[in-house]
Design a binder for this molecule. Structure first.
Ligand code: ADP
Ligand code: MG
Length: 348
């Protein structure tokens, strides 16, 4: 075990040594010069030397230690709260310093690990953005070049190719709009305008909006609610965005002739909202990363379906800005259920 020696103990030993040494010299001088000194006088002499050197040593040591500790605390960026203890020369001081430095080192290590992770994430993100933007730019360019290289005598052909170029540019616009939205959330520049509203009403509006694609896929959309209204306190525009994303996903990634079902569960202060489909589902390995930007579970199948891969990331940002939570569970071949909570509106 390591012993921590306090300035008091060091000063004590040092001044004892000096006192004994100088008493010995004093004794020698007395003997050499035959001076008449009484034992009492020896004792007083030793004591005086001891006290003076003790005070001197302690003063020097404490000043020295204090100056070193001050530098340590400046380095670790922590306020030094125990000046008085240092001045008293307490043993605890050094233990406290040791503990604070160890704590600081652990924190620093953690910070470095986090920064490395974020750096990795940032690099991946830049790569993903470039890749996602490149595809529509490249496609649009291809269609326009084809038109330019043609004889320009077939208006139907030109129109068709320009429309294709246009839809790629629209996709580009969607990606950039979504990215700006995410960036606003992540830098905390999104203001929520919370109010009381009926979730059932908003869901029915979103159903209406997606009725056309649902019919094409023959997907049946149903709200299951015992009450006719479910009043929540949230930002209605943002929650509409969440529902649009989750409901459109359930249709897009569900199955033909399938179902999209919405359920509510009363949790005292909150409602749990579930959006369930009976589609092919998502395999377990993808679930933890599903809310990441640009993450797509089934890349080959998804290429055919228009989407930016940013929807769920925005959804998560919106729910978390409301200080609520969102989860997903899924079983291959059975379907996927997204569930999120919202604050209940309780009239006063
Ligand atoms: N209901 C669902 N069933 C199966 N897969 C889904 C479902 N919802 C989302 N996914 C998967 O999660 C991915 C991310 O969804 P999202 O962020 O909304 O992006 P996007 O809809 O633009 O593809 C989708 O590409 C899809 O692979
Ligand atoms: Mg989506």
């Amino acid at each position: 075990m390591r012993r921590t020696t306090s300035p008091n103990i060091i000063s004590l030993y040092a001044s004892m040594a000096v006192a004994i040494f100088s008493t010995a010299i004093f004794l020698l001088i007395n003997i050499l010069f035959h001076l008449p000194t009484t034992p009492k006088e020896y004792l007083i002499y030793t004591l005086i030397i001891f006290i003076i050197t003790f005070i001197f040593f302690k003063f020097i040591l404490v000043r020295f230690i204090y100056s070193k500790i001050k530098i340590i605390y400046k380095t670790i960026g922590k306020p030094l709260k125990f000046q008085n203890e240092v001045k008293e020369g307490s043993t605890n001081v050094l233990k406290t310093v040791e503990r604070d430095v160890a704590e600081w080192a652990i924190n620093k290590n953690k910070q470095i690990r986090e920064l490395r992770k974020m750096e990795q994430y940032r690099k991946e993100f830049v790569g993903n953005v470039s890749h996602e933007l490149k595809t529509p730019i490249f496609n649009a360019q291809g269609y326009i070049e084809t038109v330019l290289d043609s004889d320009l005598d077939d208006p139907e052909f030109i129109k068709q190719y320009l429309e294709k170029a246009n839809s790629n540019i629209e996709r580009l616009e969607n990606i950039v709009t979504d990215l700006l939205e995410i960036s606003k959330f992540e830098t905390g520049r999104i203001e929520l305008h919370k109010e009381a509203f009926d979730l059932v009403k908003i869901i029915k509006k979103v159903f209406f909006q997606y009725q056309h694609i649902a019919q094409q896929q023959r997907v049946k959309m149903t709200v299951h609610s015992e009450e006719n209204t479910v009043f929540v306190f949230a930002d209605p525009k943002r929650i509409t965005q969440v529902l649009e994303n989750l409901i459109s996903n359930s249709i897009k990634y569900g199955r033909e002739d399938g179902n999209t079902d919405i359920y509510f569960h009363d949790l005292d202060d909150q409602f749990l909202v579930e959006i369930a489909d009976d589609g092919p589902g998502i395999s377990a390995e993808h679930l933890p990363r599903l809310f990441e930007r640009f993450y797509r579970a089934d890349k080959s199948r998804n290429r055919k379906i228009n989407g930016t891969g940013l929807g769920l990331s925005i959804v998560k940002n919106i729910i978390e800005a409301h200080e609520q939570t969102i989860n997903v569970r899924s079983e291959l071949g059975k379907g996927t259920t997204f569930s999120f909570t919202l604050q209940k509106y309780i009239p006063e």
